[in-house]
Ligand binder design. Structure first.
Ligand SMILES: C[S@@+](CC[C@H](N)C(=O)[O-])C[C@H]1O[C@@H](n2cnc3c(N)ncnc32)[C@H](O)[C@@H]1O
Length: 361
């Protein structure tokens, strides 16, 4: 199997380089209106933002910033296939404007914009951000009523492009082999993710992550596994350091990214140096977690009824029988395009993965 990935530098308010219906899934994290680190960017996209902020007109500044993002959402409607999914990570902002502290509800403004464009809103996810520092409380200390709750979560808004589900060719292997495990489904399709910490998130350096507001790798990896199949193209119109592309490469999907600022590509290059090892680790973690799950279930006297076609272990449902994971064998770069080659991971997956490390020593 092979996948293709390309990155465009430019403004996503026009996606002229993408044909209509050329994207199967969008996974993205836009700059969040009214969060100060993005003020300068929004002024460059919508100059009226500067006057509104200077004059203390918070509502108007918020609206002007969102109007700039609306143009991107409109383009998504065109490039996404019918029934294609958009997963959009966004945080609300809290800010004092003209002496008044308040919340700016980015998630509800964006949800309304998508609904009005004809996307169907689907149940969404809240994820709790890993905190490195003690929570900061704002307001009047221990005295009621003027202290404020700390926002420690972000939203993953999910929309379908139009009213119909995506259509697949009958018996589409690329869909059935992209199945996930029953126990993964139970965890991933919860509307509250509190486990976004851990090992395969820190693919990029801390400094760049702060500057780019990169999201943890697990977020796009999980969303891509949940909402796309092999052969699909995943698009991120706010590419940043390319976390979505990394996740698409690891999960064996094609990708396209677009980013306004040039300069993050070097960071991306650095991140993909380890992509084979990272993919091996993720594949091994998923398979061994499944083995542990099966052992525990069997020890509790429960049956695990089906047998996976490509692995020597049982699975809970018929839909999991054709599951096939892949590992990366080579990455070729040509400018801002990449081609990735894979091999299927088979029943002797432990030896197959270990061989790479023994052979290279
Ligand atoms: C929140 S960051 C995305 C971070 C990314 N998910 C990652 O993991 O690195 C938003 C990105 O969108 C870019 N951006 C903002 N406005 C844009 C526009 N109109 N077109 C393309 N990119 C834009 C910013 O430069 C920034 O890199």
């Amino acid at each position: 199997m092979e996948t293709d990935h390309r990155v465009h530098i430019g403004d996503s308010r026009s996606l002229a380089e993408l044909a209509a219906n050329s994207v199967d899934l969008v996974v993205t994290s836009p700059p969040c209106p009214m969060i100060e680190m993005w003020d300068e960017l929004f002024v460059s996209l919508a100059p009226s933002v500067e006057q509104h902020l200077a004059a203390g007109r918070g509502r108007e500044a918020f609206e002007a910033m969102h109007t700039a993002l609306d143009s991107v959402w409109e383009e998504l409607r065109r490039v996404l296939v019918d029934g294609g999914i958009v997963c959009l990570n966004v945080g609300d902002a809290t800010r004092a404007v003209d002496g008044s502290f308040r919340r700016f509800q980015n998630h509800s403004r964006i949800a309304t914009a998508f609904d009005e464009l004809g996307f169907e809103p689907l149940p969404s996810i809240l994820w709790r951000k890993p905190t490195n520092s003690a929570a900061k409380f704002m307001g009047s200390g221990m005295l009621p009523p003027n202290a404020y709750v700390t926002l420690e979560h972000e939203h993953i808004l999910i929309f379908r492009n139009g009213t119909e589900h995506r259509q697949f060719e009958p018996k589409a292997d690329r869909r059935y082999s992209a199945a996930y495990f029953w126990e993964e489904r139970n965890q991933w399709f919860s509307d509250l993710w509190t486990d976004i910490t851990g090992t395969h998130q820190q693919l990029t350096g801390d400094e760049t992550r702060d500057r780019s507001a990169a999201y943890p790798f697990t977020i796009p990896y999980r969303l891509i596994s949940m909402y796309s199949v092999y052969g699909d193209t995943v698009f991120d119109p706010f590419w940043g350091t390319g976390t979505t592309t990394l996740a698409a490469m690891v999960s064996g999907r094609n990708s396209v990214g677009k980013e306004l600022e040039s300069g993050f590509e070097a960071e991306f290059e650095h991140s993909i140096e380890d992509i084979q090892t990272v993919t091996d680790r993720i594949v091994a973690t998923r398979l061994s977690a499944h083995e542990t799950f099966v052992e525990r279930r069997q020890a509790e006297g429960e049956t695990v009824e089906y047998e996976a076609d490509n692995y020597g272990f049982p699975v809970m449902t018929k839909q999991e029988v054709p599951i096939q994971l892949f590992r990366i064998m080579a990455v070729e770069r040509d400018g801002m395009s990449y081609r990735v080659e894979y091999e299927p991971v088979g029943p002797d997956w432990k030896a197959q993965i270990n061989r790479r490390y023994h052979d290279s020593n």
